[in-house]
Write a protein that binds this ligand. Structure first.
Ligand SMILES: Cc1cc2nc3c(=O)[nH]c(=O)nc-3n(C[C@H](O)[C@H](O)[C@H](O)COP(=O)(O)O)c2cc1C
Length: 191
């Protein structure tokens, strides 16, 4: 049995990106042939240094057209270390819930801006649709999000939540990340 180590660092406001991060970790933990990957999942505000990991995954949601401050800070803080390890980046947004070229371009621009702002240059990227969690929002946020959904032609039934994430796409992304980990040259093994 060969062991690898993976780190998944995520930001979240309402918890949906945390679920995406956990699903990625679940896929990484499935043994492939004789390789077993140990996975640590950490919120960005407590994100550890990337040293010692064979692959690092970072991800966060879009709120008010921006990535989460904690995620940006963690990527900036460890930019030099992250440049030396295989990496993946995922973004969760409602922009990616719309299946047309303009929204896809807008989602990619948000991802590119994060890469430019932090110098992070991931090997694999994933753009995932998020969720409208009406039952968890307070009054103001629920009405704000319903107004945006109405304008965008989205779901306006605030009595329940709406999950737009393509979980098969999340699993496919995680499988690509596992391949990166397996292909990684371990510093200990190469020395
Ligand atoms: C207050 C608020 C603002 C949001 N702003 C945007 C936005 O500007 N663009 C976008 O694509 N999605 C936006 N979203 C959608 C979130 O990215 C989506 O709900 C995501 O699933 C949130 O992930 P989280 O639960 O991990 O915070 C917004 C959501 C909320 C609640």
């Amino acid at each position: 049995m060969v062991d690898r180590r993976a780190l998944v660092v995520y930001a979240t406001s309402e918890g949906h990106t945390a679920l995406v991060a956990e699903r990625i970790a679940d896929v990484l933990r499935r043994p492939i042939d004789d390789v077993h990957i140990d996975v640590d999942v950490r919120p960005a505000e407590h994100g550890p240094p990337p040293e010692g990991y064979d692959v690092v995954v970072a991800g966060g949601p879009i709120h008010a057209t921006h990535h989460a401050r904690h995620l940006v800070r963690w990527l900036e803080q460890y930019a030099a270390e992250l440049a030396r390890v295989p990496t993946a980046l995922f973004q969760v947004s409602l922009t990616s819930a719309r299946d047309d070229e303009a929204h896809d371009r807008a989602a990619r621009e948000l991802l590119s801006r994060l890469e430019e702002d932090t110098g992070f240059d991931p090997d694999v990227v994933g753009l995932f649709a998020g969720a409208l969690l009406y039952t968890r929002y307070g009054w103001f946020k629920r009405h704000l999000m319903a107004a945006i959904a109405r304008r965008e032609g989205g779901d306006t039934d605030t009595s329940r939540d709406h999950d737009y994430t393509d979980w098969d796409a999340v699993e496919a992304f995680a499988t690509d990340v596992a391949a990166l980990a397996i292909a990684a040259d371990r510093p200990a093994a190469s020395g």
